[in-house]
Design a protein around this ligand. Structure first.
Ligand code: F6P
Length: 358
């Protein structure tokens, strides 16, 4: 008997179901043993509190195109994972207990950065863990791509495409705020895909005067509008120079709900132009996965199953140089993959005339 536990943790994204289906279909197709699948509900919480449901192959039928996660998800912050919960429960011990009580052979964990830190901890505690890289942010170390990312790029691109027509009609400056946490992958890709004129990402702190100069230059060249794709984590040069603590304090005191509103205010004040902000927010994580993600997540899921069938544990199944690879969890955990300001894609964007405010 092969007993597999599975959970999805952290912010959801498209293709989580496709990835789980990939694992389970492959296991059922290839396993010579009987299989039992235990789906833990709401991420690590399900493992901590032994909240799970037994799943059969029928549960994975018809979910390739379904967004969200059939298991539910939650954020269980790594920084407090080793602290007892409000009832004094030792969370790590509880997870180990559930795993051993159910006599699991392994745990399949689908998640992003925080999730991988906990997965690596569980590996160190002796559990057999295989992980899959999900997040719209594409900021996971050890893989060139995460699933969910391309679907989110599609949505953010659609938003900016729509904004283009109305910006043109009204001759306005428009800011579209794109998710991505502390990484600029989503903004950079959606911005380039939709022809944004200015792209502001956390990795390249902006100078507001350079941003304004780019808008003015467009005006001088006869453009009626300007589109800015601004990452939710974008930072001005001044903010980038602050310590973490100072920056946090500044944000707490700020009258702006997010960086885009601050940029909009500065542009409006300094130019007198009409500026609007659009924040698509969690829409970027919602809906059906795009075809790329359906194929990508299915492939990753299938390769994760292949590892399980070989009894190879302690790896994330990732994607490097167009190949599916296995990456040791200790290499993945705790590291962020951000956009290098020297990356060729940034250079090419600049050659296309896109301003990064630097
Ligand atoms: O990590 C995915 C993500 O959507 C980030 O882009 C964003 O900063 C964050 O999650 C939002 O988190 P929450 O869903 O908890 O508000």
């Amino acid at each position: 008997m092969l007993r597999i536990g599975m959970l999805t943790s952290g912010g959801d994204c498209q293709a989580l179901n496709a990835a789980m289906r990939g694992v389970v279909k492959t296991i059922y197709n290839k396993s010579k043993e009987e299989v039992e699948i235990y789906g833990f509900l709401s991420g690590y919480r399900g493992l901590i509190y032994s909240n799970f449901k037994m799943l059969t192959s029928a549960d994975f039928s018809g979910i390739l195109t379904k967004g969200g996660t059939i298991l539910g998800s939650s954020r269980t912050p790594f920084k407090t994972i080793e602290e007892p919960d409000e009832n004094g429960v030792d969370k790590v011990e509880a997870m180990k207990h559930t795993y051993h009580k159910l006599n699991l052979d392994c745990l399949v964990v689908l998640g992003g950065n925080g999730t991988h830190k906990t997965a690596n901890l569980l590996r160190k505690e002796g559990l057999n863990v295989v992980t899959l890289p999900k997040t719209i942010d594409n900021d996971l170390w050890g893989t060139d791509m995460t699933f969910g990312f391309q679907s989110a790029v599609n949505i953010a691109t659609d938003v900016i495409d729509c904004i283009h027509t109305t910006a043109d009609s009204h001759g306005r400056v428009f800011i579209v705020e794109v998710m991505g946490h502390k990484a600029g992958w989503l903004t950079l890709n959606a911005g380039m895909a939709s022809g944004a004129d200015i792209i502001l990402i956390p990795e390249i702190p902006y100078d507001i005067d350079k941003v304004i100069a780019a808008i003015k230059k467009r005006e001088e060249n006869g453009s009626r509008f300007t589109i800015l794709a601004v990452a939710e984590g974008a930072l001005s040069k001044e903010d980038a120079a602050l310590s973490k603590k100072e920056y946090k304090k500044k944000k707490e005191k700020s009258r702006f709900p997010s960086v885009s509103y601050e940029v909009a205010d500065e542009i409006a004040q300094k130019t007198g132009l009409e500026v609007r902000v659009t924040v698509p927010g969690h829409m970027q994580r919602g809906g059906s996965p795009c075809p790329y993600d359906r194929v990508f997540a299915s492939r990753l899921g299938s390769e994760a199953a292949a590892l399980i069938l070989k009894g190879e544990y302690g790896f994330m199944v990732g994607y490097k140089n167009r190949e599916i690879v296995k990456v040791p969890l200790e290499e993945v955990a705790g590291k962020l993959k951000t956009v290098s300001p020297d990356a060729t894609i940034v250079k090419e964007a600049k050659m296309l005339g896109i301003c990064f405010g630097d």
